[in-house]
Write a protein that binds this ligand. Structure first.
Ligand SMILES: Cc1cc2nc3c(=O)[nH]c(=O)nc-3n(C[C@H](O)[C@H](O)[C@H](O)COP(=O)(O)OP(=O)(O)OC[C@H]3O[C@@H](n4cnc5c(N)ncnc54)[C@H](O)[C@@H]3O)c2cc1C
Length: 381
């Protein structure tokens, strides 16, 4: 029977809930808005499947030969709607044209983030763009397995821990599965997002949200929320409190502060990320509209990457050099020392004020925060 003693040990992948033969594991949302498993002991048959499937308790280690590229989609419209170079859409399109199924993170009608699947090229757009919220997995792994066993090609995209959870749940290699992960800073709390979203929309119906609007360019990205009445909330990312709280590591999942999936030897076939630092590494590949950093991790990943080559601008890159500008690939985010303050006061203040107060704090915590920022910049724990 799975027992989460320390919350830092659970990524909320839902693998245990998916595998339980007695359906006695429910995922309960805690007061910070993250899902954790709860076992109904009266129906548990102690088969230990939940323990064996846990990607943290039984982490798979692999050695591969990652190859890195700078690239972007030649289709300007898709690239504008995507977070970096629009590579995900090209790969997803190829899978669907091959009668496959694509899984990813999308907004539901309430603009909560959840994992889901699509089977048509037009629908791929629901996955486009980074959503800075932990996506709810639900019974996605069970659905992936069903498609794989029916012989359909499946593309599964998600965070590295979600890929770890899926692989562990499947328990064997399926030749018809392609996995794409991202370099991940960490996943923000769905509760923090709900509070922010509700306050910004203040009762108006939301029709679209972008955490990475490129109106002022890819690097100077903005937050945008559109409403049914034709109005819009728009703010540069550097000033937006939700983005600042995310980058400032205030409301990430506890497991993100000691992520077990930070590595250059990944379980996925392809890794997608922003090519931060491209202006210093290869300025010919930087037109300010978004360049992707792609890591090809496996033979299968290479095969699918070769298939999109005609549709992208592409240059090889030096992995070690690029990582210096994107430490999230190999290093966990630092826990903000005022994280507890944020969650303790989540119902007390308006979101923007709460983030401001969290960053400010008392003289003592301001000093602590300064030390934390210095350590973060110097790369010291
Ligand atoms: C929470 C989060 C943190 C990130 N941190 C970094 C980082 O530190 N450094 C970096 O270089 N890149 C980071 N990225 C990845 C980056 O923002 C882009 O997703 C990546 O460059 C791919 O861009 P694209 O233009 O090819 O495709 P896009 O179309 O923009 O990518 C969409 C893909 O992202 C997936 N996705 C979107 N939101 C989520 C989510 N909440 N959970 C799981 N999957 C999601 C979709 O399923 C789809 O596969 C992060 C993304 C997310 C969601």
């Amino acid at each position: 029977m799975i027992d989460i003693v320390d919350k830092r040990d659970c990524t909320g992948c839902w693998g245990c809930a998916n595998i339980c033969p007695k359906s006695c594991i429910t995922m309960k949302t805690d007061k910070e808005g993250f899902d954790y498993p709860i076992v109904d002991e009266s129906t548990c048959v102690k088969c230990k499947k939940c323990i064996n499937v846990c990607p943290i308790l039984h982490k798979e280690e692999i050695e591969n030969n990652p190859v890195a590229y700078a690239c972007f989609n030649k289709d300007e419209e898709v690239r504008t709607e995507s977070s970096s170079g629009g590579i995900f859409t090209l790969i997803a399109t190829n899978i669907i044209k091959d009668n496959g199924v694509v899984f990813g993170a999308r907004f539901n009608e309430l603009f909560e983030v959840e994992h889901s699947y699509v089977e048509s090229v037009e629908d791929i757009k629901v996955f486009r763009g980074s959503k800075y919220v932990q996506s709810k997995m639900g019974y996605t792994f069970t659905k992936v397995k069903k498609f794989l066993e029916d012989g359909r090609k499946v593309l599964f995209s998600g965070t590295p821990c979600q890929i770890g959870g899926l692989k562990s749940f499947l328990g064997k290699d399926y030749k018809n599965l392609i996995c794409i992960d991202i370099i991940c800073h960490g996943v923000p709390s769905p509760l923090a997002w709900k509070k922010y979203k509700n306050e910004i929309s203040s009762g108006k119906k939301i029709t679209d949200v972008s955490f990475r609007d490129k109106t002022y360019g890819w690097k100077d990205y903005s937050f945008r929320m559109d409403f049914e009445d034709g109005t819009r909330y728009f703010e540069k990312g550097a000033e937006n409190k939700y983005i600042r709280g995310f980058i400032g590591d205030i409301y990430l999942r506890n497991s993100c502060y000691q992520c077990k999936f930070k590595s250059l030897h990944r379980l996925s076939d392809l890794t997608l990320a922003d090519f931060w630092g491209i202006e210093n590494i290869n300025s010919d590949m930087d037109d300010g509209k978004g360049t992707s950093f792609v890591i090809v991790n496996s033979e299968r990943g290479n095969n699918i990457f070769q298939q999109i080559k005609e549709k992208i601008e592409l240059e090889k890159a030096n992995l070690e050099e690029v990582i210096k500008y994107n430490m999230s690939a190999v290093r966990s985010s630092y826990k903000n020392p005022r994280r507890e303050y944020f969650f303790r006061n989540i119902n007390r203040f308006k979101f923007n004020k709460l983030v401001e107060k969290t960053f400010k704090g008392s003289i003592y915590s301001r000093l602590k925060n300064k030390i934390y920022i210095c350590m973060k910049n110097l790369g010291i724990r």
